[in-house]
Design a protein around this ligand. Structure first.
Ligand SMILES: C[S@@+](CC[C@H](N)C(=O)[O-])C[C@H]1O[C@@H](n2cnc3c(N)ncnc32)[C@H](O)[C@@H]1O
Ligand SMILES: [Zn+2]
Length: 264
């Protein structure tokens, strides 16, 4: 956990301040030991480069399944590729998705955040290929983050991780250049709140780039009861415009939609 990343974080309790190492050492990285909110003094565990702002909670519905260690170990290697192949009949795989996301991301001009980063395959590739800036993965599932950290260490990539339940977003205002969310926003019940948070943490002209799932109308209410909230393209665009975003662009590979908006 780099000091420069700690400085971007917002305390989930007092919603102010940045975080600093408890013992204010000169090091530029903090591997272990609590971080402290400079606003209210609350302390948050830091372990292997992960700062834990998520507290104790248990996921339910589909999210509960995503928090099982088996899911974290197999998601990137087999489950996600199998879902993509099955649902798109081979029209979208991880390579094609990366290319679409990378086109929409362009050249980041500051920190890049991956929301719902899971075991981190996309995030690690973004860190390698796209940015010389801070790269930060956010997820609420401990097993997912543990797998992401193990992979990142094995491959020597410089990525910081934050455990947090989103929304709200665990960052101070207007410090992030790009937020990516692949396979994440359909887990968020209050999408308007997420967009308001994105508009708060992104810098002017900052981008939000996402892959999500546009379910057929007859499945939508069923999904909601399982903790799954797919939206139509029109709903995505309208909600983003209402939150102040502009320049909606998208590529549809049914049932997925890869899309991007930016702040003025
Ligand atoms: C389907 S996985 C996607 C992982 C990865 N981004 C990918 O493209 O394969 C969704 C991830 O979002 C996380 N997640 C779901 N709801 C969340 C929330 N409200 N806050 C933080 N993470 C969440 C889950 O723990 C899971 O790791
Ligand atoms: Zn605080």
């Amino acid at each position: 956990m780099r000091r420069s990343t700690l400085n971007l974080l917002r305390c989930p309790l007092c919603l102010a301040g940045s975080l600093v190492p408890l013992d204010d050492v000169a090091d530029t990285t903090l591997a272990f030991g609590p971080a402290r909110c400079i606003g209210c003094g609350a302390q948050f565990p830091v372990h292997e480069g992960l700062v834990d702002l998520g507290g104790e909670r248990e996921g339910s519905g589909i999210q509960g399944v995503m928090e099982r260690p088996f899911f974290a170990r197999t998601w990137d290697r087999s489950m996600r590729p199998a879902f993509d192949a099955l649902l798109t009949q081979g029209r979208l795989d991880r390579q094609r998705e990366f290319e679409l996301l990378a086109t929409f991301i362009g050249t980041p001009t500051g920190p890049l955040v991956d929301l719902g980063c899971g075991p981190g395959q996309l995030l690690r590739r973004l860190a390698r290929e796209l940015t010389g800036h801070q790269v930060i993965g956010v997820d609420v599932a401990r097993p997912m983050l543990e797998e992401a950290i193990a992979q990142t260490r094995e491959h020597g990539e410089a990525i910081d991780f934050v455990r947090a339940m989103v929304p709200p977003l665990p960052f101070v205002d207007h410090v992030i250049s790009t937020v990516v969310a692949a396979g994440f926003i359909h887990f968020v019940a209050d999408f308007d709140a997420l967009l308001r948070e994105l508009a708060r943490v992104l810098k002017p002209r900052g981008r939000f780039v996402a892959t999500t799932w546009e379910a057929p109308r007859f499945l939508r209410s069923l999904h909601g009861s399982a903790g799954f909230y797919p939206r139509t393209e029109d709903a995505l665009r309208q909600a983003a415009m209402d939150a102040g975003f502009i320049r909606f662009e998208r590529v549809k590979v049914s049932p997925f939609i890869v899309w991007k908006v930016e702040l003025p």
